[in-house]
Design a protein around this ligand. Structure first.
Ligand SMILES: Cc1cc2nc3c(=O)[nH]c(=O)nc-3n(C[C@H](O)[C@H](O)[C@H](O)COP(=O)(O)O)c2cc1C
Length: 208
């Protein structure tokens, strides 16, 4: 059965290495006959900061409590509703981004902050049971900066907050694809990386 994949892309330059990976992903999904929707966060001019304007029905005379607002006030802004509708549509969600200061780019963190709401109702409707994974690029080489045996240098540990968020939404993560040492690569290396991206897309698990 064909898949419905939401790609959330967080890179300011469409012609970057990440952008080239995005092209491979889209092309491979089309080849496979899968459907996709794209959230190109920079391209969309995504607002990343949470503020009171995100909750149009929140009383203006009340102290703004983001957590309370997220639980009780569910009139969202059109940009957030559009993302939530994409999540409802998708059976698979794929995040594509470079590692910045051992973390997500701020624009992507802001996507989670604004699109994910803390209510059970919302989680059940939008993300529960959906397959989810990441494609992440890192400038530093594994030898320089990363070590799976050292918690402070293990990429899975560094990104554990995002996996914890998936767990909270009862999503089904599958093994992410990490590229180390992309700061200095040859065109042959890029070709090999693109082939890995295609393999990764070929092997998206089926949804149940
Ligand atoms: C603000 C910023 C922070 C970065 N932090 C890290 C980092 O923590 N670890 C790392 O390996 N590379 C880091 N890098 C390098 C990027 O991961 C690297 O440039 C990117 O993955 C390359 O992909 P691109 O060509 O698509 O931008 C950082 C780059 C920037 C701009």
């Amino acid at each position: 059965m064909s898949k419905k994949v939401l790609i959330v892309f967080a890179h300011p330059e469409r012609n970057s290495l990440n952008g080239q990976f995005l092209d491979e992903i889209i092309d491979q999904l089309k080849t496979q006959g899968d459907k996709f929707k794209l959230s190109d966060l920079y391209g969309m001019g995504w607002k990343s900061e949470v503020d009171i304007n995100d909750f149009p029905d929140y009383p203006k005379d009340k102290v703004f409590q983001p957590s309370y607002a997220s639980k009780k006030y569910h009139q969202f802004t059109p940009d957030v509703i559009e993302e939530q509708n994409k999540l409802i549509w998708a059976d698979t969600v794929l995040f594509v981004f470079p590692l910045w200061w051992y973390n997500l780019p701020a624009i992507l963190k802001g996507w989670f902050d604004r699109v994910f709401s803390s209510t059970e109702y919302w989680k059940n409707k939008t993300v529960m049971g959906k397959n989810v994974s990441l494609i992440v690029t890192m400038g530093a080489t594994a030898a320089e900066n990363y070590d799976p045996h050292d918690p402070i240098k293990d990429v899975d540990q560094l990104l554990s907050n995002i996996f914890r968020t998936f767990y909270s939404g009862r999503m089904n993560p599958w093994t992410p694809l990490y590229f180390f040492g992309v700061a200095h690569v040859t065109s042959e290396d890029v070709k090999a990386m693109k082939a890995k991206v295609r393999d990764f897309i070929r092997n998206i698990p089926s949804s149940h």
